[in-house]
Design a binder for this molecule. Structure first.
Ligand code: NDP
Length: 662
C-alpha cells in the first residue's frame, strides 16, 4: 500500500478535534471505545488536555464524523445487540502510521502547536518515548511525510514548536453577527446604555490570568446559529428529562457533588487562575457549594411534590390540588465573582425540577463554567440537558433572544435592565440578581476591634468583588475615631499578593477595567473633600492590582457612596444617631443588604426592619445561605433564588379542579 501524503488530507478544526478525540480514546481508554456521538461530544468539549476549549453540539460532531467518513478516516460501528451507533477512526490504516507517529499526531490535533518537551509529557498515556531525541526523530519522520513542520522559534522561546499540516488554517467563515437587545426607552426612565454599536464578537475568547496578564487558554465562542441548535436540542431533551423519576435526577446531582468534591483542588486552582480569587477563598466556595447542592437534592423533591388542597367529597365538594411542572428551557447567564455559587444556585434546582439548562458563564470565568458542565456530563446528566454557551455580551444577548422559557441573570444593573426588557417583551419568566451598595452601621456600644475586623472582611473578602460586599460604612460619632483606627490597622495588615499562595488575603481584580472605576471614584471623592487613610492607588505590577483602601470624610453625593465599586475600598462616614443612620443607609438606588453592628439585638432589628433591603445582617455581612431566600430590591434585582421560594422559581403551578360526574 502506498503511503498517504499530507497534501491529500485537509481537516477542518472540527474534524481535527473529533479525529483527535477518537485517536486519544482508542489509545488511552480502549475499553470504552468506539464512541457514541454523545461520548464523543463530551470528549471534544473536555476542558482539560484540549486547546482551544470548545463546546460543540451534536450537529457539529455528526457533521465532522460524516466528513471524516468521506475522507476515509472514520467508520460507523454497530455491534450486534447494541442500539447506539458508535464511531471509530481508521487513521493507522489510512495514513500508515506507527504508534509513536500516531501519538504525536493525535496530541497535535488536540492541542495545536507544541514544543518537543510538551509533546513528550502529553503523549505519556499514549506511548513512552525513550528520550527527547527519540521523540524528535519521530517528529522528523512526520515532517518528511508532510504531516508536521517546525515553526519559527519566537524571541525568548527556548524550544521551537511543531504543528500538524493536516489541519486547514483557513478560517474564512465570517464571525457571528452581534445580537444586541433592541430596547426602547421608557419616557422619564434612566436611559439604557445601548447607544454604542455592539462590538463584533470574536470567534474565540482569550482567557487571561488577572494576576499576571498571561494568556491561559483560547476558548471557541458559541455562535448564534449554534445557540439556536443548542436551544432546539435542550427543548427536545426536556420531556424525557422531566419525565424521569425525581430520585434518578437527584442521584445524578449527588454524583456530580461527589465528583466536584474529588476534583476540588484542581477546580479551585482553575478558578484562581482565571478570576484571581485567593486560593483559600476558591476552596471555601467549592466546599460551601457542596452543601448547597446537597440541600437542593434533599429539598427540591418535597417542594415540587403535588399537594391536595381540598378533598373531593360525596356532598359535591370539588377536589382541589396543585401540581408543579418545570418551566422548560432555562437560560442561566452568570457572573464571575462567585462562579460556583452563582451558577449552581440556579442550575442545580433547575435541573432537579426537570428543566433543561443553557448556561453562559461570564467570559471572566469561562474555564470554570466549562469545567462545571464537563463534570455534570461526566456525572451522567445527558449532554443535551445542560449545555454551555461560551462568549461575552453578544452571546448572552443571543441566548436571551433564543427560544427559551426563562432567564436567570446575575450581573450588573445596566445589563440586567436590558435582559429584563427583552424578557418582558416576550413574557419570559426572568429572575434577576443584580448589583448592590450594601451599607453597614457601627453603633457606639460595640467592641471596635471586633467590629473593625468584621467590617473589613465584609468589605474586602474576594477583593471586595461581591454583590453584597460592604461598600458604605456609617459609624456613630461617639466611637468614630477609635473604629477608624482599628479599621485601618486591619486593612493595612491584609496580605496582597499571588492568589495561588495560601497566605494571600487579597489578589488581583478580575477585570482590568475596574481599576479605572476605582481610580475615578477615589479621585472624585478626594476632589470633593474625602481623606485617604490608606491605599488609594493601583499597584505597579503586571495584572490588575489595587491597594486596599480606607477613605473618610465621604459624603453621600460622591460616586464612591452611590455607584458600585467592586474593589477593596472602604469609605467611612460619621452619623449622629440611629435615625440619621437609617436615612443615609436607605438613600440608595440599590436594595440588596444592610448590616448593623451593635450588642443590642433588638436595636439592630428595629433599624433593619426600616430599611428597604432583601437581606438583613446583625453583626455579620457579605453572606448568603441556601436555606434563606436571596432577593434584591429596587436596582438589586427581581425574583428569588435559594430557599424553598427559590426552588419554586423553576416550576409552574397547575391547578386541578376535580369532581366525579353524578
Ligand atoms: P455584567 O452585567 O457585566 O455581566 C453579567 C453577565 O451578562 C455576563 O455573563 C455577561 O457577559 C453577560 N452579558 C453582557 N451583556 C449582555 C447582554 N446584552 N445580554 C445578556 N447578557 C449579557 O456583570 P459582571 O459579570 O461584571 O458581574 C458583576 C455584577 O454582578 C456586579 O454588579 C455584581 O453586583 C453582580 N452580582 C450580583 C449578585 C447577586 O446575587 N445580586 C451576585 C454576583 C454578582 P460577559 O461578561 O461574559 O461579557
Amino acid at each position: 500500500m502506498n503511503e498517504v501524503a499530507s497534501n491529500e488530507i485537509e481537516l477542518t478544526t472540527e474534524e481535527a478535534r473529533v479525529l483527535g478525540c477518537l485517536m486519544e480514546k482508542s489509545a488511552t481508554t480502549p475499553d470504552n471505545y468506539p464512541l457514541s456521538v454523545n461520548a464523543l461530544m463530551t470528549a471534544c468539549n473536555q476542558t482539560t488536555n484540549r486547546d482551544p476549549v470548545v463546546s460543540y453540539d451534536e450537529a457539529t460532531v455528526e457533521h465532522a464524523l460524516e466528513s471524516l467518513r468521506a475522507k476515509a478516516l472514520g467508520r460507523r460501528v454497530m455491534a450486534t445487540g447494541q442500539r447506539v451507533v458508535k464511531h471509530r477512526h481508521v487513521v493507522e490504516e489510512a495514513l500508515q502510521l506507527h504508534v509513536p507517529e500516531f501519538a504525536i499526531l493525535g496530541v497535535l490535533l488536540l492541542r495545536g502547536p507544541q514544543t518537543p518537551g510538551e509533546l513528550k509529557q502529553r503523549t505519556e498515556r499514549w506511548h513512552t518515548f525513550r528520550s527527547l531525541d527519540d521523540l524528535e526523530a519521530t517528529l522528523q519522520r512526520l515532517a518528511d511525510r508532510g504531516f508536521a513542520r517546525q515553526l519559527e522559534r519566537r524571541p525568548g522561546q527556548k524550544e521551537a514548536r511543531w504543528m500538524t499540516l493536516i489541519v486547514s488554517t483557513d478560517e474564512t467563515a465570517p464571525p457571528a453577527e452581534p445580537v444586541d437587545a433592541q430596547v426602547e426607552e421608557t419616557p422619564g426612565a434612566e436611559p439604557i446604555p445601548t447607544a454604542e454599536p455592539a462590538p463584533r464578537e470574536e470567534r474565540s475568547l482569550s482567557v487571561r490570568n488577572p494576576a499576571t496578564g498571561a494568556m491561559l487558554r483560547d476558548v471557541a465562542v458559541t455562535e448564534e446559529r449554534e445557540i439556536a441548535q443548542k436551544t432546539d436540542r435542550a427543548r427536545r431533551a426536556h420531556r424525557a428529562w422531566a419525565g424521569r423519576p425525581y430520585e434518578e435526577r437527584a442521584e445524578l446531582l449527588r454524583r456530580f457533588a461527589t465528583m466536584l468534591d474529588a476534583e476540588a483542588e484542581e477546580c479551585a486552582r482553575l478558578t484562581t487562575g482565571e478570576v484571581g480569587k485567593p486560593i483559600r477563598q476558591s476552596r471555601n466556595e467549592i466546599k460551601a457549594v457542596h452543601e448547597r447542592i446537597m440541600w437542593n437534592v434533599a429539598r427540591v423533591g418535597e417542594v415540587i411534590a403535588p399537594r391536595v388542597v381540598t378533598q373531593a367529597a360525596g356532598d359535591g365538594t370539588v377536589g382541589e390540588r396543585i401540581s408543579y411542572e418545570p418551566v422548560g428551557v432555562v437560560a442561566h447567564i452568570s457572573a464571575w465573582n462567585y462562579p460556583y455559587f452563582v451558577a449552581l444556585n440556579s442550575i442545580v434546582p433547575a435541573l432537579l425540577a426537570g428543566n433543561t439548562v443553557l448556561y453562559k458563564p461570564s467570559e471572566h470565568a469561562t474555564l470554570t463554567g466549562l469545567r462545571l458542565v464537563d463534570l455534570l456530563h461526566r456525572a451522567g446528566v445527558p449532554v443535551d440537558v445542560v449545555q454551555a454557551v461560551v462568549g461575552g455580551g453578544a452571546a448572552g444577548s443571543a441566548l436571551v433572544d433564543a427560544d427559551i422559557d426563562m432567564v436567570c441573570f446575575t450581573g450588573s444593573h445596566a445589563t440586567g435592565r436590558k435582559v429584563a426588557t427583552t424578557a418582558a417583551d416576550r413574557l419570559l419568566r426572568a429572575q434577576l440578581e443584580l448589583g448592590g451598595k450594601d451599607a453597614a452601621y457601627v453603633c457606639e456600644d460595640v467592641d471596635v476591634e471586633s467590629a473593625a475586623f468584621a467590617v473589613a472582611e465584609g468589605a474586602c473578602y474576594n477583593g471586595g468583588q461581591s454583590c453584597c460586599a460592604l461598600e458604605r460604612v456609617y459609624v456613630h460619632d461617639a466611637n468614630f475615631a477609635r473604629f477608624v483606627d482599628a479599621l485601618v490597622q486591619v486593612v493595612e495588615a491584609y496580605r496582597v499578593g499571588d492568589p495561588d499562595d495560601d497566605a494571600t488575603d487579597i489578589g488581583p481584580l478580575a477585570r482590568a477595567a475596574q481599576l479605572d472605576v476605582l481610580e475615578s471614584q477615589i479621585g472624585d471623592a478626594i476632589a470633593k473633600g474625602a481623606r485617604l487613610l490608606c491605599g488609594g492607588e493601583r499597584i505597579a505590577r503586571e495584572g490588575n492590582w489595587f491597594e486596599p483602601t480606607v477613605l473618610v470624610d465621604v459624603d453621600d453625593r460622591m460616586a464612591i457612596m452611590r455607584e458600585e465599586s467592586f474593589g477593596p475600598v472602604v469609605p467611612v462616614a460619621r452619623v449622629r444617631n440611629d435615625d440619621d443612620a437609617v436615612g443615609r443607609m436607605d438613600d440608595t438606588e440599590f436594595g440588596l443588604g444592610a448590616a448593623v453592628f451593635t450588642n443590642d439585638r433588638s436595636r439592630a432589628e428595629k433599624i433593619l426592619t426600616r430599611l428597604d433591603v432583601g437581606n438583613a445582617y446583625w453583626n455579620t455581612s457579605d453572606r448568603s445561605s441556601v436555606r434563606l431566600p436571596w432577593a434584591g430590591r429596587r436596582h438589586s434585582g427581581n425574583g428569588v433564588s435559594m430557599s424553598e421560594a427559590g426552588i419554586r422559581t423553576f416550576v409552574r403551578e397547575k391547578s386541578w379542579h376535580e369532581q366525579p360526574l353524578r
